[in-house]
Design a protein around this ligand. Structure first.
Ligand code: SF4
Length: 313
């Protein structure tokens, strides 16, 4: 912990360094630039002990009812005080970014405070995944400077989107246009038989409105989701292989098989790369996992180390 702390302090110019099996990984949370020195392979006892990225479900609450939703429907919300201490620990142990989600994170009563805390008190990159319909001008003004990146869910366009999210598509575009004035953003696109036909239009639109990334999320059979079918998976692979657009594509790990993936950190897998904290304060490998370790008084790293033993990593 002290070692990572010292490195972070030495590089307090928004540049964070993480040590792991891939080498020395430098990351600038303002620009999003990653720089990997893979000629240096730190020994295992020098690796940063926290996962590279951690997603945090601030609350299970949501005001939409998407048919593919995998979020638990029982009410749960994280304590602000516990969360700040967990962020401190993750930062000190080499985590480079935290992603707030839910449910819908804008329904977390202290969203503004927790984003401001993470930016002010840690060197973590702070991101948020949202459906965007609650991002009114006042909230955007208040969040300005307290987020480094926002992911907006946009499954399909026009009538497809409206049939899934039951919100006007024009309102979504209006809110994204307002959002881009304060922070870089990407689009999250759940791919299933209903949305796949909208991919071309969605990517063109995302490019035109200034997105930095287009994240493909093949639907999983989790929660209310039934999972992407085989025919749609094949169509998606063909679409990705034929893609020549300027907007960078990304894809969730579960959907990456058979696709041309560029991942310089491929040696950092499983819990070295990622962990999820749900709205009950349970740390898991991913948000889709049903089992994990409850974070107790000894803190998030203690629970994370128990999770590694549980998962035999
Ligand atoms: S998918 Fe997201 S926006 Fe839709 S109901 Fe679930 S939590 Fe809410």
């Amino acid at each position: 912990m002290d070692r990572d702390n010292n490195l972070s302090k030495t590089l307090k110019c928004h540049l964070k360094v993480r040590t792991g099996p891939a080498g020395l990984h430098f990351f600038n949370r303002i620009t999003g630039i990653n720089f990997l020195v893979d000629e240096i392979k730190p020994p295992i006892n020098m690796w940063s002990s926290a996962p590279r990225q951690v997603s945090v479900a601030l609350t299970n609450a949501c005001d939409l009812k998407c048919p593919h939703c995998y979020v638990s429907k029982f009410p749960a919300m994280l304590s602000f005080d516990k969360l700040t201490s967990w962020l401190d620990e993750l930062d000190a142990n080499g985590c480079i970014g935290v992603g707030f989600g839910g449910g819908e994170p804008t329904l977390y009563p202290r969203l503004l405070e927790i984003c401001a805390y993470a930016v002010r008190e840690t060197n973590l990159a702070v991101t948020m995944t949202t459906h965007a319909h609650r991002l009114n001008d006042q909230l955007l003004y208040e969040l300005s400077g307290h987020l480094h990146f926002v992911r907006v869910s946009m499954d399909g366009v026009g009538p497809t989107y409206e049939s899934i999210r039951c919100r006007p598509f024009d309102t979504l575009i209006d809110r994204i246009t307002a959002l881009k004035r304060i922070v870089r953003f990407g689009i999250n696109f759940v791919v299933n038989s209903k949305t796949i036909g909208d991919l071309d239009t969605a990517v063109h639109l995302a490019t035109d409105i200034g997105a930095s990334e287009f994240l493909l999320l093949p639907e999983l059979a989790v929660g209310k989701g039934v999972g992407i079918d085989e025919k749609t998976t094949i169509t998606l692979r063909k679409w990705v292989n034929a893609y020549h657009g300027s907007l960078p594509l990304a894809i969730s790990e579960n959907g990456a098989e058979g696709l041309p993936i560029c991942n310089p950190l491929s040696s950092e897998t499983g819990l070295v790369a990622f962990a999820h904290i749900d709205a009950s304060g349970i740390i898991k490998q991913t948000s889709y996992d049903t089992e994990g370790i409850l974070i107790q008084e000894k803190g998030v790293m203690d629970a994370f180390n128990k999770l590694k033993i549980f998962k035999k990593e």
